[in-house]
Design a protein. Structure first.
Length: 259
């Protein structure tokens, strides 16, 4: 939908949709643009995707050639940013990985199957071919909130341990439920209803100061902290009309480096 609106350029997402989501998208596509453009959810997603895209661009410019997407879901960066010399790794549950591999275009990432709750992402990645002697960018987009805090700490700590100096991590955090405006809380309730039955309930909700402490406490040096709303101001095209001012300012994006 964001590609239709000219906010992103993702020609790969649509073909990876499961039929029910495809039906939702074709329904929404029939709505007038000005109605779609009122969505705070789309505004937040635009900010999030563009900020993580920006982290990939900066990492590649810094000669990082291994990009690891943890909890990748149907991420399309392996194709959008794919080029000779850059190796993508995607880690997720086995069921998600297999379904994705069926729907996705050829080529792309090395698929790594692991359950972050009980398995070590670091071990799985090294077994899957990650070169520990070379720096990597580790992306955790829309994932930390679905894991227990102890799991996030363990995974970030272990990745920090195997990561070569110069490696980077980019991660977003969901704020406590009562943070933000009335509209933000209403949006959260709607999203919870939409997700009901998916098994995806929030486990880790955390404010900005705690988020920074968490990442630093796992051995990473924080280099940038920004709210999702600020990221939207920086990165989402104004002409899109998306309500960037209504994005929950308490959602946090953190970038860090292994020094
Ligand atoms: C909301 S989706 C985000 C997907 C993608 N990163 C994005 O931003 O579009 C959360 C992803 O985390 C994965 N995930 C959640 N818990 C996990 C776990 N314990 N082990 C592996 N993957 C997990 C889910 O399967 C899902 O693909």
């Amino acid at each position: 939908m964001l590609t239709d609106m000219g906010v992103l350029a993702d020609p790969f997402a649509a073909r990876m949709l499961i039929p029910s989501m495809g039906a939702v998208v074709s329904l929404v596509r029939r709505m007038p643009y000005r109605i779609r453009a009122q969505s705070v959810t789309l505004a937040g997603l635009a900010a999030r995707v563009l900020w993580f895209d920006h982290q990939v661009t900066k990492a590649v410019e810094a000669s990082i050639e291994q990009i690891v997407v943890v909890g990748a879901g149907y991420d399309s960066r392996a194709w959008r940013f794919g080029r000779p010399g850059i190796q993508f790794f995607e880690l997720d549950h086995s069921g998600t990985q297999r379904d994705k591999a069926r729907r996705a275009p050829g080529g792309g990432p090395k698929y790594i199957e692991a359950d972050l709750s009980g398995q070590s992402a670091a071990d799985a990645l090294v077994q899957g071919g990650l070169d520990e002697s070379q720096p990597s960018l580790f992306i955790f987009e829309g994932v930390s909130m679905y894991l227990d805090e102890a799991v996030v700490r363990r995974q970030l700590g272990e990745l920090g341990h195997i990561a070569a100096v110069g490696s980077r991590v980019a991660i977003d955090f969901q704020p406590p439920r009562d943070a933000g405006t009335q509209r933000n809380r209403r949006q959260l309730r709607l999203q919870q209803i939409a997700r009901a039955g998916s098994g995806e309930g929030f486990k880790l909700v955390i404010d900005r100061v705690e988020a920074v402490e968490l990442v630093q406490g796992c051995g990473w040096e924080v280099t940038a902290v920004i709210s999702m709303r600020e990221a939207a101001h920086d990165l989402v095209r104004r002409e899109s009309g998306l309500p960037v001012n209504s994005i929950n300012d308490n959602k946090t994006l953190v970038a860090a480096v292994r020094s």
